[in-house]
Design a protein around this ligand. Sequence first.
Ligand SMILES: Cc1cc2nc3c(=O)[nH]c(=O)nc-3n(C[C@H](O)[C@H](O)[C@H](O)COP(=O)(O)O)c2cc1C
Length: 185
Amino acid sequence: MTAAEAGTASPGNHLPVQSGPTAPVFRSAMRQFVGSVSVVTTWHGDRPWGMTISSFTSVCIDPPTILVCLHGSTVTASHVRGCGRFGVNLLGRDQHHLSELCAKPQADKYIDDYVVSSCNGSKELSPPRLAGSPVVLACRTIEQLSVGSHLVAIAAVEAVDLPDAAAPLLYGQGRYMHGVDLVRA
Ligand SMILES: Cc1cc2nc3c(=O)[nH]c(=O)nc-3n(C[C@H](O)[C@H](O)[C@H](O)COP(=O)(O)O)c2cc1C
């Protein structure tokens, strides 16, 4: 039985067989998913660059590992393919403007005015850190997969910064959200 007949991804392309929902149906379903918003940061020469994502998750705690999904045609995806290092800056509830700035397709997304200086002085090892972000992770790619339009980067977390205890910015149903009601047990 081939991988296609088995309904599994074939080796190499990591794409499932085209037998599921149409793209609009799947998109509608995914709009209901509410999650945090992050900015992936990289250095472009001497200047910091940011790209907004919601596709961030931890893979495992030990060893500390995360993944992000980046559209393959973005400047950030090219950078991650090239040098493998990037930062993940979770956005706080008051950083909605940064999410907008770093989500403009095909526009410059330099973020010089929003970063704090590098902690150990080495730009290569320390990704740009956004001022006011509650969590900043310094990541090194250990595996890259190409899935449809996207690059999936699985990365080791080399450093964690928890500078501000801000509540997270959330995104879902096509809009930003500031919080959710707590469910009482
Ligand atoms: C809330 C939000 C979440 C996003 N999440 C992702 C994501 O997970 N992956 C992705 O490739 N693009 C995501 N985008 C779109 C990118 O931010 C945007 O297309 C990108 O900045 C374009 O970069 P480019 O100019 O290098 O092409 C998101 C946008 C918003 C507003």
